[in-house]
Ligand binder design. Structure first.
Ligand SMILES: [Ca+2]
Ligand SMILES: [Ca+2]
Length: 342
């Protein structure tokens, strides 16, 4: 079955380009890495491995000026079995600018928006997931319908989504659907040195993904972010979220979670050597509280590294990572992350 999907995926561009003459493109990304554990917890001090974080294979096809489609495959985590590809996105975009300016409708298995947008701000999904993805607060893709608007002149974008809930790895177990809305604005986009400064807000009002729930079984999230950027030299971002949820059918009280992620980079566009121009010093600090009623369960995550952008399609980032749960020993690793695009 999986082989059949792969063959279909490979034949897809041929089919469309030959039958309809549509503009079809194949692209993708791969995130290989080598990891060395420095501490005893986890797999043990000295444990080391080669692995691949993700392989995305995208097929996009522009069927007309108004209609385009995208199908994206991803791979399973490394386990003791072969790594299977699975569906991450499969959606159709209908550009409705003729009726409503700057607007697109999207239908199908699609990005839930906030995580994908924050990945672009963080810029290093090949090194680590962003806050709401890292701690399982949201699925990065889900089935549904969305209305998307791109503000003119690069001032930002906003979306309204109607989603299934369980995400691309789950199936619908109940009659409830979730709604979500987010926006990003770049108020200084006309000032070249400050163009990447950004503000964003996100709201998700949903229901538990389990069967036999009532409307009391909520799953609500609120998030906000701000980026300060200057002259391609400095970029610093803060992201915060809060979540309220009552997942189990019998539960009588909400669980509250919250988290913050601070990350940034320093670059050297003024450097004399072309090597230094391609270097970025990168740091990140996350603090996540999985339950505001429970003491000493906070988790910290630190990343510090140097990124070398060898070319647009190939970067390397040697980095140190520390994960620490309150009251437990830290888990430290050295990782060499690589990014390949095609
Ligand atoms: Ca649902
Ligand atoms: Ca807590």
């Amino acid at each position: 079955m999986k082989i059949r999907i792969l063959i279909l995926l490979l034949l897809f561009p041929l089919y469309f380009s030959s039958v309809f003459g549509a503009d079809t493109k194949v692209s993708g990304e791969s995130y290989p890495f080598y990891q060395l554990d420095l501490t005893d917890n986890g797999s043990g001090k000295g444990y080391n491995k080669f692995d691949i974080g993700r392989v995305y294979v995208n097929v996009t096809s522009k069927l007309s000026d108004e209609v385009s489609i995208r199908v994206t495959m991803d791979v399973d985590k490394m386990a003791s079995e072969p790594r299977n590809m699975y569906l991450k996105y499969a959606y159709l975009d209908w550009n409705i600018e003729k009726f409503i300016p700057y607007s697109t409708l999207r239908f199908g298995l699609q990005s839930t928006g906030w995580i994908g947008s924050m990945e672009k701000v963080w810029g290093r999904r090949y090194v680590a997931k962003v806050l709401l993805d890292q701690y399982g607060i949201l699925s990065s893709a889900d089935y549904g319908l969305s209305y998307n608007i791109n503000f003119p002149s690069g001032y930002g974008n906003a979306s309204l989504l109607y989603l299934q809930g369980p995400g691309y790895k789950g199936k619908e177990e109940n009659r409830f659907k979730d709604i979500s809305a987010f926006f990003f604005v770049r108020p200084l986009v006309k000032l070249p040195d400050f163009a990447a400064c950004m503000l964003g807000g996100y709201y998700y009002s949903g229901y538990s993904d389990k069967a036999d729930i009532t409307s009391e079984n909520n799953k609500d999230r609120l998030a906000g972010m701000a980026t300060f950027a200057y002259g391609g030299i400095l970029k610093a971002t803060a992201e915060y979220f809060k979540a309220w949820e009552r997942i189990d059918p019998g539960a009588t009280k909400d669980t509250e979670k919250d988290g913050i992620s601070l990350f940034g980079e320093v670059r050297f566009p003024m450097a004399k050597t072309s090597f230094l121009k391609k270097i970025a010093l990168v740091g990140r600090y996350d603090l996540f509280d999985p339950n505001s009623d429970a003491e000493d369960d906070e988790q910290k995550y630190i990343i510090a590294g140097v990124e070398w952008e060898i070319m647009d399609e190939f970067s390397l980032m040697p980095n140190f990572q520390r994960m620490k749960t309150e009251g437990e020993k830290a888990k430290d690793t050295l990782i060499l992350n690589a990014l390949f695009k095609f």
